[in-house]
Design a protein around this ligand. Structure first.
Ligand code: SF4
Ligand code: SF4
Length: 186
C-alpha cells in the first residue's frame, strides 16, 4: 500500500470514531489517567490509554479486534478521570458497535447479553431474569446448558417465573429513549 493511502486510512479511522462517538479523541495527550483508574486494566490486552493512542494512529484492526473493548465494564471511571473530558467508556461502546457490525468482535456473546439485559430493563423497569436468559439461549442455540442450575435457582426463589413489577415503567422507557436519541447510530 502506498504511503499516501496509508495516511488516508489512518485519518479515516480517527474521523469515523470521532464522528460516531462525538468525543474529541484528538485532544487525548496520553496522560494515562484512564488506565490508572481502570479496574479492568490488568485483564485487558491493550490498556485504555493505548486504545486511544491506536485510534489516533489509525490502527483499525488492532483496536476493533482487541479483547480490551469487551473486558470493559462500562463503569465510567476513565471518563470521569479524563482531564480532557473524553468519555472513554463511550468510545469503547462505539468501538464495540463497529466491531460487531464489521464481524470482527473478539467476544460478541457479551454484547448480546448486554443488549438483552438492557432491553429487559427498558421493558420491565427491572431485570426479568428468566425471559432474558431464555432469549439469550434461544439466540445462541444453547438450550440445555445450565438448565439444572436454572431450575435450582427457581426452586430456591432466586429467579422468578414472572417479571417484577415497578411503578413507573414509562419513566424508565423515557430515559432509554433519551439516551438512544442522544447517541449516534453506527
Ligand atoms: S469504563 Fe471500561 S475502560 Fe473505563 S475504567 Fe471502566 S472498565 Fe476501564
Ligand atoms: S485520561 Fe483522557 S487524555 Fe489521558 S490518556 Fe486517557 S483519554 Fe487520553
Amino acid at each position: 500500500m502506498k504511503e499516501k493511502d496509508k495516511r488516508i486510512l489512518k485519518a479515516n479511522f480517527l474521523d469515523e470514531i470521532t464522528e460516531k462517538s462525538r468525543e474529541k479523541i484528538s485532544s487525548c495527550y496520553q496522560c494515562y489517567r484512564c488506565t490508572n483508574g481502570c479496574p479492568m486494566a490488568e485483564s485487558m490486552d491493550i490498556y485504555p490509554h493505548k486504545i486511544m493512542r491506536y485510534i489516533l494512529l489509525g490502527e483499525r484492526k488492532k483496536v476493533l479486534c482487541s479483547g480490551a473493548i469487551w473486558a470493559c465494564l462500562m463503569c465510567n471511571t476513565c471518563s470521569i478521570r479524563c482531564p480532557n473530558d473524553i468519555d472513554v467508556a463511550h468510545v469503547f461502546e462505539t468501538l464495540r458497535r463497529i466491531a460487531i457490525k464489521d464481524g470482527v468482535a473478539a467476544n460478541d456473546n457479551l454484547w448480546e447479553f448486554e443488549r438483552l439485559f438492557l432491553e429487559s430493563i427498558k421493558n420491565y423497569g427491572r431485570l426479568y431474569e428468566l425471559a432474558t436468559i431464555l432469549h439469550y439461549k434461544l439466540e445462541k442455540k444453547e438450550f440445555f446448558k445450565d438448565t439444572v442450575m436454572g431450575i435450582k435457582m427457581m426452586l430456591k426463589a432466586r429467579m422468578g417465573i414472572l417479571p417484577h413489577s415497578i411503578k413507573d415503567k414509562r419513566h424508565i422507557k423515557g430515559v432509554f429513549e433519551k439516551i438512544e436519541k442522544g447517541r449516534s447510530e453506527v
